[in-house]
Design a protein around this ligand. Structure first.
Ligand SMILES: *Cc1c(COP(=O)(O)O)cnc(C)c1O
Length: 402
């Protein structure tokens, strides 16, 4: 649907998510993975319950890393038994909430976290299942943000597990298998396959010291998609065959294999529309000032190495000449710039611009509280039909002391 039309109806700025694009991305990724694998949606990329609901409806599992993400998944109708709870520093309160809600599968990142899970499970009179998140001892080549191989706050070093396997056991926890997440946004197919090979080699190396068979093997992901610029999700034509080969070699006991993805599933379905509020010159530069900035998109410092965001003009003005400009937002800090020195059509106040491919790490990866601007509306479309419209709000509630 045309962005200016939606902006007129729901206000500016405005996120849209198209479920038809979401389903296509899901079908694409599933087709590139081994048929026997299960794909989990990483809610971190976009916790909108309507996106979680649709992905669950088409067969996706769900992976959460906080109480808020868990509640979003539950509110989307995902049964707790199908949810994997991740997170490197889960608190007692988080574990209590998750166990009380019926979640039974947890990734644990250390012996202490496993013991904490066991303790809370015992108090609830249940036994929880766990996947031990493991770091290999070598870094796979070119794996985006390094999450393993080097020192890491995530997981436990494979060497520590091998040295003291008894530390990773508890009466109220069944260690069902291992969890890896060795890279993110890995566009090169050979690099991506290398991360999976590393995970499977580490699994094979640890198998003799583990007290139980590896029934579940979460191989993570790293599937790449464009962020805030034009482009399409990456295709991995050789991935499926390579994974089937690797699994046959390194996991002949046929564990249940899980994969995880956030950005590949949701990146392309989302667009952010904003409205030009002012265009002005300063010392020879042109500044385009929008009603949206790093409070709504691109505020996450962790997104380092991201190329400049490149908005596109929605207003039909084919005759507009190109100008070089800085695209900045409404926040009172010079850091609030989506891009500097980009070429855009000559914009005027009132024009609507759109940033494509921001369905992943858009609003939830932003500085939503900074400067206290109202969050943008979020409109869920299915093709041309609006199926849901809502707006987040930050609400201060009274906190009673204990
Ligand atoms: C962030 C994260 C994901 C999702 O990463 P994407 O790049 O969005 O696919 C999956 N698993 C774990 C453990 C993560 O931390």
């Amino acid at each position: 649907m045309h962005a200016p039309h939606l902006v007129e109806r729901y206000g500016s700025p405005l996120y849209t998510y198209d479920l038809s694009v979401l389903r296509a991305a899901h079908a694409d990724l599933v087709a590139q993975l081994p048929a026997a694998g299960t794909l989990l949606y990483s809610v971190k990329a976009n916790p909108h319950p309507e996106l979680i609901r649709e992905l669950y409806r088409v067969g996706c599992g769900v992976e959460v890393s906080s109480t808020g993400e868990l509640d979003a998944a539950l509110s989307a109708g995902v049964p707790p038994a199908g949810i994997l709870h991740n997170g490197p520093a889960k608190t007692r309160a988080e574990l209590e909430h998750a166990l009380a809600a019926g979640v039974r599968l947890f990734s644990v990142d250390s012996a202490a976290q496993l013991a904490r899970l066991g303790h809370v499970a015992a108090q609830h009179g249940v036994t929880a299942d766990a996947l031990l998140r493991v770091n290999g001892d070598t870094a796979p080549a070119g794996a985006g943000l390094a999450m393993t191989g080097t020192a890491s706050q995530f997981g436990v070093d494979a060497g520590h597990v091998a040295a003291d396997p008894d530390a990773f056991a508890h009466d109220h926890v069944t260690v069902k298998g291992l969890h890896f997440y060795l890279g993110t946004n890995v566009a090169d197919e050979a690099d991506l396959i290398a991360t999976f090979r590393t995970a499977l080699e580490v699994t094979a190396a640890l198998r003799p010291v583990l007290r139980r068979p590896v029934e579940v093997l979460d191989l993570g992901g790293g599937f790449a998609a464009p962020y805030a610029r034009a482009g399409r999700r990456t295709r991995y034509p050789g991935l499926r065959a390579a994974l089937e080969d690797l699994l046959g070699t390194h996991a002949p006991d046929r564990p249940r294999v899980l994969f995880e993805s956030g950005r590949y599933l949701t990146a392309e379905c989302g667009r952010l529309a904003a409205t030009v509020q002012d265009v002005k010159q300063s010392k020879g530069r042109t500044f385009v000032l929008l009603d949206s900035g790093i409070n709504h998109l691109g505020g996450m410092a962790g997104l380092r190495r991201v190329p400049p965001l490149v908005p596109q003009l929605s207003a039909d003005r084919p005759d507009a000449p190109d100008v070089t400009c800085d695209v900045v937002g409404p926040l009172c800090t010079p850091l609030d710039a989506w891009s500097r020195g980009v070429t855009l059509p000559d914009l005027r106040a009132g024009d609507v611009v759109e940033v494509p491919n921001v369905g992943a790490y858009g609003l939830s990866g932003s500085l939503i509280g900074f400067l206290s601007h109202e969050p943008p509306a979020e409109v869920v479309l299915d093709g041309d039909t609006v199926v849901h419209a809502s707006r987040l709000s930050l609400v201060r509630t009274e906190q009673k002391g204990r």
